[in-house]
Design a protein around this ligand. Structure first.
Ligand SMILES: Nc1nc2c(c(=O)[nH]1)N[C@H]1C(S)=C(S)[C@@H](COP(=O)(O)OP(=O)(O)OC[C@H]3O[C@@H](n4cnc5c(=O)[nH]c(N)nc54)[C@H](O)[C@@H]3O)O[C@H]1N2
Ligand SMILES: Nc1nc2c(c(=O)[nH]1)N[C@H]1C(S)=C(S)[C@@H](COP(=O)(O)OP(=O)(O)OC[C@H]3O[C@@H](n4cnc5c(=O)[nH]c(N)nc54)[C@H](O)[C@@H]3O)O[C@H]1N2
Ligand SMILES: [Mo]
Length: 759
């Protein structure tokens, strides 16, 4: 535990401001990189520099002043840290002993420095040469009866060049098993939206925020998870643009924000009010809320007002009548009961939407991580279609993605369900026959491990076992494997919950220089708004023994496929050659890649709906229906609460930077249950009490987390929240969206139990 006695208090200040500046200075000091880190920060998101390793929100360099982001600085400081995990460290600590340490402690040990192999006799990781490590992987993979017995995970920090080669290697090896962090994240966007508008990506660009007349923020916490987004939001508010925030937690930055860049605001302790309308939704209530808004629109249209864009609907869409019938079948009482929002407020939100000629709807994990995540995303698409909010400045749908290159990885081939057209292209460009049967997403890969049909797991970045649902069962599944490989910058739990053989392969990080026989190389990434930009590290690698992710992928391929058709050795050194292959496989998007990437701001990938072109089977944008008002299976249990697992202000996914969550007023503790005062009182409980939480899973498996301190917090009624990944043991693996495979990490039905046992 990081220090002092836990404290919980209300945070009354605006988000951002001096608190953010102080937090940045603190993290640079903690990681002992004040000089180095500050210099590197000056190159972050600047032309000729590297892209921030934190979130995927675009930046507006060149046109705007230096962007300041506290959480980008934390990600960088932890990457540039002076601390090191060496062979001596592994000699000192057995794997069993390391398992007893917290995720925070593991992270704080610093950067991995050389390849390590698990030695079962001593239960320690021991040094291994790179050649031996690759040979071991090659041996395991070649020994499999079927290539589908291997699972190839990718986390979204991997750059386009590496991800592309990885996807080619895995397909030449013979499988489409690509569990991916995106499977747990914005997969409902990638799989749900194409049915609606023909593309699984957002349709807005940063400029659109300057033309929007209304902005909706549904189920995401921008101040913490996409802080650079606060700049366009503050600017929009200053122009008087209404902002509607829909969230079960009144997140601080959605209420009030001080821009650290704004010298006057900083000096005067001023702040901008962010949301003009805060919709305190019940967890899982968004479907009812969205349908309520649509109902209000239809009622006004029926009353003779021209609130919908009928010309757009007639020319561009299909399914309007069916949507209208579905919405007509919902009644206001139920909409109010399920959403937890008064009819009057829903109508007010509809009014904001009606008056706006250009609306952007942004959304995050509060929408996607439900059992019907994909179809929820489609309801947002419906609402926008009703007023023609595509292909017009200031309007569109804007998923706020997670990892900095999670969208790019998908674009360049990390896809367990590849299209036939893409596979044909791979065959044409590389000359091998890629497998046609679809592979595993994240949940299916765990099922395969449980069933014993998966034997090898390779993790290109990330912390798979900590990120997935049903922690206890995931650990057991992982331990059945013959080989686990973690390609990583930092030690994490995924390296400790391992197979019979295990390797840790340390890599050069985003902020570090890549020098090859062909000179200095750069990589590219695609942000949340489909901009492709170059990223050039500026720091020296954390250790002389590190390899680039690209070299690791190429050498695994060379060790596994001696007869390969692909010129792996060439790609180790020459990233332009990789980009040429990307352009050959994706000519429509990436034609002339190596030239176009030379522009200081990179280039934008075509998003057809911006031109009102719909790449759907019927050539139209489609209104799609999710019947009823519930995006989750209903549960008949009066004691039930709906749980959302969320990120604190001091973590990056499974990486814990500290035990504080400043904007929510929590210091020194992560074993927390945020709960509404009335829900606490109803159960005869009190704030500060330690309780257990148990999932109402319906499958006879007891899932329980003990020792959570109740915090009296302005949650919506019936909704509770706590931190990811500590609460992942409560998430049943079977609760996932069937369209996308995305596990539900929100809206988990739970009940409170006295710590230690009975109700
Ligand atoms: N600093 C930092 N930045 C990050 C990350 C990080 O961990 N740290 N992670 C990155 C990644 S991979 C991702 S995917 C993004 C995640 O960014 P977010 O999408 O903001 O993710 P969460 O922290 O899960 O927060 C979800 C929000 O949804 C709300 N919510 C919960 N349930 C519901 C619901 O039923 N309805 C509605 N309307 N809202 C709900 C919660 O109160 C919370 O405000 O951030 C990325 N950026
Ligand atoms: N309960 C619950 N579970 C969730 C979520 C939730 O909201 N609630 N969110 C889900 C979401 S949105 C996501 S995206 C996943 C995240 O799942 P992952 O992407 O698997 O997890 P991370 O914590 O981002 O991975 C951190 C590790 O990545 C490695 N790493 C960091 N930088 C690099 C690099 O440059 N190269 C390489 N090779 N490795 C690097 C480090 O070793 C670090 O320990 O978790 C999901 N799980
Ligand atoms: Mo994510």
């Amino acid at each position: 535990m990081a220090g002092n006695k836990p404290k919980y208090r209300t945070y009354n200040h605006p988000a951002g401001g001096w608190g953010a500046a102080a937090a940045t200075a603190k993290v640079l000091m903690e990681q002992s990189v004040v000089g180095k880190g500050s210099r590197a920060l000056l190159s972050m998101n600047q032309p000729g520099g590297f892209k921030c390793p934190s979130c995927a929100f675009p930046d507006a360099t060149c046109t705007k002043k230096l962007e300041f982001c506290e959480n980008g600085a934390k990600a960088l400081a932890h990457e540039a840290t002076k601390f090191r995990v060496t062979r001596d460290f592994f000699a000192q600590h057995s794997v069993t002993a390391l398992m007893d340490q917290s995720d925070y402690w593991l992270e704080m040990q610093g950067r991995l420095t050389e390849p390590m192999r698990y030695d079962a006799v001593t239960d320690h990781y021991v040094p291994v040469s790179w050649d031996d490590a690759f040979a071991l992987i090659g041996r395991h993979l070649r020994a499999l009866d079927d290539p589908n017995e291997a699972e190839f995970y990718t986390s979204g920090r991997t750059a386009n060049e590496t991800a592309f080669l990885y996807s080619i290697f895995v397909r030449e090896f013979g499988t489409n098993n690509f569990p991916d962090c995106s499977n747990m994240c914005h997969e409902p966007t990638s799989r749900g939206l194409p049915h609606s508008i023909g593309v699984g990506k957002g349709t807005v660009i940063l400029d659109d925020f300057e033309h929007a007349e209304a902005i909706f923020l549904i189920g995401h916490n921008a101040g913490t998870n996409a802080p650079r987004m606060m700049t366009p939001l503050v600017e929009a508010r200053k122009r008087g643009v209404p902002i509607v925030a829909v969230n079960p937690m009144p997140e601080r930055a959605l209420i009030k924000f001080t821009e650290p860049q704004d010298i006057v605001q900083m000096a005067t302790f001023g702040a901008t009010e962010i949301s003009s309308e805060f919709v305190h939704i019940a967890i899982g209530g968004d479907l009812a809320f969205l349908k309520g808004m649509m109902k209000a629109l239809f009622e006004r249209e029926d009353a003779g007002e021209a609130v919908l864009d009928q010309a757009f609907i007639a020319e561009h869409t299909a399914g309007y009548a069916a949507l209208r019938d579905d919405i007509a079948g919902q009644n206001w009482d139920e909409i109010v009961a399920v959403s937890g929002i008064a009819e009057e407020q829903i109508r007010r939100c509809a009014e904001i939407y009606i008056r706006s000629n250009a609306t952007i709807i942004c959304y995050g994990m509060g929408i996607t991580q439900h059992q019907e995540g994909s179809r929820l995303v489609q309801q947002i698409a419906n609402l926008l279609l009703l007023k023609g909010n595509y292909g017009r400045p200031g309007a569109g749908i804007s998923p706020i993605r997670g990892h900095s290159n999670v969208q790019g990885d998908r674009t360049v081939g990390i896809d367990e369900k590849p299209s036939a057209a893409y596979l044909d292209k791979v065959r044409e460009v590389f000359g091998f026959e890629p497998p046609r049967t679809h592979g595993h997403h994240t949940v299916e890969s765990i099922e395969a491990m449980q069933a014993g049909t998966a034997k090898v797991f390779i993790g290109l970045g990330g912390n798979f076992v900590r990120a997935v649902p049903d922690t206890d069962r995931a650990y057991a599944a992982m331990r059945k494997l013959k080989l686990t490989v973690g390609i990583a910058t930092k030690l994490n739990r995924g390296h400790l919950v391992h197979g019979e053989d295990a390797l840790i392969l340390p890599v050069i990080a985003r902020s570090e220089r890549i020098a090859t026989a062909k000179g200095e190389q750069f990589v590219t990434i695609e942000d949340s708004m489909s901009n492709v930009t170059a990223s050039r590290g500026v720091l020296d690698p954390a250790s002389e023994h590190l390899l680039t992710e690209t070299e690791i992928v190429c050498r695994i391929a060379m060790a596994t496929l001696p007869e390969s058709r692909v010129d792996w050795a060439r790609y180790i050194d020459d990233y332009d050659a990789i980009r040429d292959r990307i352009a050959a496989v994706y000519p429509a998007l990436y034609e002339g890649f190596s030239e176009r990437i030379k522009a200081p701001m990179g280039f934008h990938l075509d998003i057809a709906p911006r031109r009102r072109v719909w790449n759907t089977p019927n050539g139209k944008a489609n209104f799609l229906i999710l019947p009823g008002l519930h995006a989750n299976a209903p549960v008949a249990d009066l004691a039930m609460l709906r749980l959302a697992t969320v990120r604190s202000h001091d973590q990056f996914n499974t990486t814990i930077y500290s035990y504080n969550d400043r904007y929510r007023g929590v210091y020194g503790d992560r074993m927390i249950l945020f709960m509404n005062a009335d829900d606490i009182a109803d159960r005869g409980l009190a704030a500060g009490t330690k309780v257990g939480v148990e999932t109402i899973g319906g499958d006879g498996i007891a899932r329980r987390v003990e020792g959570l301190t109740i915090i009296d917090y302005p949650m919506s009624r019936g909704s509770v929240a706590g931190y990811y990944p500590e609460l992942n043991p409560l998430l049943p693996l079977a609760f996932y969206d069937r369209i996308s495979g995305c596990p539900a990490a929100k809206s988990i039905p739970v009940r409170i139990v006295a710590s230690g046992g009975a109700e």
